[in-house]
Ligand binder design. Sequence first.
Ligand code: 5GP
Ligand code: ZN
Length: 119
Amino acid sequence: MHHDPSCIFCKIVEGRIPSRKVYEDDEILAFHDIHPWAPVHFLLIPKAHITSMAHVEAAHAPVLGRMMSLVPELARQEGCRPYPEGGFRLVCNTGGDGGQEVPHLHFHVIGGPRPWLKG
Ligand code: 5GP
Ligand code: ZN
């Protein structure tokens, strides 16, 4: 699996930076955001280094599909309230204009009772 030695999320995947894990399998990792915007805020990443959503190709479709299909269960497990009153926000900042700070593809799953820090 490809890791970028200078990438902080690759370091989290390799256990070189600690994280509070939410979910893990052979291709996917979810962990709590270090600066949460809301009562529930975790990040879902592919373990292989993909720089951003702008770098996604057809070959990534299976892992991205699996990531999306994990969101509802993990959101519930982490405390997002049921749809429709509850729910969550799924965010993928991409590139400079998209507000991406960490260049390893990640989906923010954000939820819980409002108000939230951002939004
Ligand atoms: P972006 O702006 O790239 O979409 O979001 C990056 C997110 O990663 C931010 O919400 C930030 O708090 C989180 N983050 C940055 N460094 C670390 C870290 O070392 N550990 C964890 N758990 N989250 C991090
Ligand atoms: Zn990486």
